[in-house]
Structures are given as structure tokens and as C-alpha cells.
Ligand binder design. Structure first.
Ligand code: 15L
Length: 270
């Protein structure tokens, strides 16, 4: 068994992971226990190989209340993870996240780590001077999906200001086993760095609501990672090792290609 690595001394210990059956949920089920967290798993679908996982819907108040009872923190991944019809996004991502925060408030949980997305700022443009995209760039959603992540971040800010619930919103790039497009040479978040990021976000001192970009230490990254570093996120992976293969297959994108120009890449074209 892998020994625990660098746990924060005052980090939460019992953590509810919503969306535990999804891809990122699977990465975190593998990595977070190595940092010493005890995970409680929650998903609409059964979680493969995890008979103790709670199967329930975010829109079911009783299931949600039972899931949050007694945990120190919540990592909230549960959502439709891509563009979809507005009524579906409204139910799963917008109402679902509202219900989650209400349950968190009622249960007295202090910390949420929220899976936001780069698509909250998807129409943000690559700085022309070659600089980094700042974390305080205004919301510019590229889809209803991105809009739901803007809502989630703003909801987190409301519950911080009104109820003292601390949230770190992670504007995740492309969290996959490896990058599969040229854009992902910039936006990739490796599974191991995803674990590092969530661990940092669970344990760091934050006042209220704070957003950070979630990508690896990519040579071609153009989103400012400094806010994450200040929380203790020190990524170790770099998508550049995949560059020769991807560039040979696809070539360099043109400067006016949405994949190159906008944070959200192809999502701006749907
Ligand atoms: C996301 O937010 C999606 O959940 C994921 O499926 C990818 O499309 C990713 O963004 C991305 O921008 O690559």
C-alpha cells in the first residue's frame, strides 16, 4: 500500500466525494486516500468496486442530507460534464449545486472544493502579449455548461459571504489520463496533479470563496497558476512529453483557430 504523503496537519479528514463514479471521481478515489482522507462516495450511479458508496440523486434531499452528515468537507464533482440541453443543465448542475450547498449549510460543513471549469471563462482570449490569463478575468461562459459553472462559483461566493462556508473553485482544464489534442498540451490536468490540487484546496487557509485554474505545469500553459501555488498546489506533470506525437498527427493550430485563441477551445463553436 502507498504510504500517506504530506497531509496538511489541520486538513479535513472525512470527505464526501460527489460524482464519485465519473472519470475525475475515479482519479480522486485512487489518489485522495494516499493523503490520509477517508472518503464517503456519492453518485447517481453505483460506483464500480465500491459497495459502501451511497447511490442517490442531488435532487433528493434525504439522500443528500445523509451523505453530508458528519463529513469535514465536500469535493463536489457531480454534474453533467459537457454541453447539454438547458433543462438538463438546469436540473443537474444548477439546481443540483444549489441543493448541495443547502445541505452543506444545514449540516454545518465548513469547506467545499468545487469542480468548476475553464468553460466558465471559455470565451476568454489568449493574451496577445503572450502573458497569462488571470484568475480574475470576468466570467465569459462558452456554453450552458460553462454558464452553470459561473452560477456554481457565484453560489459559492454567496454561501461564503452569507454563511461562512469556504469554497475553493477549481477551473479544471482537461483532466484525462493523457492529453489527446494539441489544445490539451496547454490545458491538461494529469490525474496525479488533480489529486495534488484537490488536496491543496482541502487543506489551505482560504477566506471565503476563491477560484484557481486546474492544469498541470504545462510548458504551453497560458493560465495563471500562481493563485493555486499560493494554496500549496505545486503541479509536477507537463503535457509537453506528448507534444511530438500530437503535433505530428494534428500540426500547430492557426492563431485564429478557436482551439488556440479561446480558453474553451471548440466549446466556443457549439
Ligand atoms: C470540461 O469542463 C469538461 O468536463 C471536459 O469534458 C473537457 O471537455 C474539458 O472541460 C476541456 O476543456 O478539455
Amino acid at each position: 500500500m502507498t504510504p500517506p504523503v504530506a497531509a496538511h496537519p489541520d486538513a479535513p479528514r472525512t470527505v464526501l466525494l460527489t460524482g464519485a463514479a465519473g472519470l475525475v471521481g475515479g482519479f480522486l478515489r485512487a489518489s485522495l486516500p494516499k493523503y490520509g482522507y477517508a472518503l464517503r462516495l456519492f453518485d447517481r450511479l453505483p460506483v464500480a468496486g465500491e459497495p459502501a458508496a451511497c447511490t442517490g440523486d442531488l435532487l433528493d434531499p434525504e439522500a443528500l442530507a445523509a451523505a453530508v452528515a458528519g463529513v469535514d468537507a465536500v469535493v463536489h464533482l457531480a454534474a453533467i460534464p459537457t454541453e447539454a440541453a438547458f433543462p438538463d443543465i438546469l436540473a443537474a448542475n444548477i439546481d443540483g449545486t444549489y441543493r448541495l450547498y443547502e445541505a452543506v449549510r444545514a449540516a454545518g460543513v465548513r469547506r467545499v472544493v468545487l469542480a468548476s471549469s475553464n468553460h466558465a471563462v471559455g470565451f476568454g482570449e489568449r493574451p496577445a502579449d503572450g502573458g497569462l490569463l488571470r484568475i480574475d478575468t470576468p466570467h465569459r461562459p462558452d456554453t450552458y455548461y460553462g454558464l452553470s459553472k459561473c452560477f456554481a462559483e457565484d453560489l459559492a461566493a454567496l454561501y461564503a459571504d452569507k454563511h461562512g462556508i469556504e469554497t475553493v473553485s477549481l477551473r479544471i482544464g482537461s483532466c484525462f489520463p493523457e492529453p489527446s489534442t494539441v489544445r490539451m498540451l496547454s490545458t491538461w490536468l494529469s490525474p496525479a496533479d488533480c489529486g495534488r490540487l484537490v488536496h491543496a484546496a482541502l487543506g489551505a487557509a482560504v477566506a471565503g470563496h476563491q477560484a484557481v485554474y486546474g492544469i498541470s505545469a504545462n510548458t504551453r500553459g497560458w493560465w495563471d497558476l500562481e493563485p493555486g501555488r499560493r494554496l500549496g498546489y505545486h503541479p509536477r506533470d507537463d503535457a509537453e512529453e506528448f507534444a511530438p506525437k500530437l503535433l505530428a498527427a494534428h500540426g500547430e493550430p492557426a492563431a485564429d483557430d478557436p482551439e488556440f485563441r479561446y480558453v474553451g477551445g471548440a466549446f466556443t463553436t457549439f
